[in-house]
Design a protein around this ligand. Sequence first.
Ligand SMILES: C[S@@+](CC[C@H](N)C(=O)[O-])C[C@H]1O[C@@H](n2cnc3c(N)ncnc32)[C@H](O)[C@@H]1O
Length: 282
Amino acid sequence: MKIIKKIDVNEFPEWSSWPQMLLGLGIWKNASRTVGKIEQEYNIEKYGQCLAQFGKGNHSIEEIRAYYDSAIQKKECISLGSSLVIVGGRDFLRTYEKLIVDSVLPEIKDGDAVVELGAGFGYNLHLLSKISKKNVEYLGGEYSRNAVTLAAKVFEGRANISVEHFNFYDEDYAILKKIDRPIVLFTAHAIEQIPDISNMFKVLSKYRKKIRSVVHLEPLYSTDKSTLLGLMRQRYAEVNDYSRNLLPLLEKTSGIKITSVKRDVMGGSPLNPTSVIKWHYR
Ligand SMILES: C[S@@+](CC[C@H](N)C(=O)[O-])C[C@H]1O[C@@H](n2cnc3c(N)ncnc32)[C@H](O)[C@@H]1O
């Protein structure tokens, strides 16, 4: 990714209205990230608009994704670790996609099932399936019915890739129950939508024998109180009611071995950067 320039945190308000809002100088109402909010923000707005646009006719998943990402600007302020940099918007998207593929692909072996929870219309699964190992099944679980409908349409005729309805808050995960192969499970900015993710750990442990490896590409709640960026990241997660207990739960759940934590690798939204966490059951 070509870095156009590095900027100081003092220049960040030129690129984002969040510093103003976090300081109470702009209009902002704290969110409560309920299922009702997901229904409105994702099912009705984001995926409903995609479905209205692409529900009829033959469209490629790349076309749909480009529409979904159409708010991206020619130049974007993103974060790399704790640095703020200006890059081309499309350049960033391709680099972020590469991060997903490079993080999940090494975990996949011939004959596995690859499961993404909170998969949207399955774009990440599609990216992985293009560089597939042999005889791999790709399954997505997703709350938003409009995304599931869109996925059924774009993956029609492809036997090894599908997205079905799923809810992180369910008592059991039917998507995992039916799989009889080793599972590589991943999430990408989906757990961020769940303020308290403890239910997922209760349910996953039922399938511990089948789950070989787990990868999260998710924001981790900032514990950095020594920098302005760290403090803004912490407050941003709070006012948006994003997930705050993924890493603490991983660390305290017995029988889990965390193999890698790469914090704040890159952030399309510098206040909500992607960290990459890998773990497995002992
Ligand atoms: C930021 S999007 C990421 C989608 C996809 N992982 C990607 O990388 O393109 C967050 C996704 O989480 C889904 N989601 C939110 N709450 C959920 C829940 N309770 N159960 C399942 N999916 C949920 C949303 O509908 C949305 O598709």
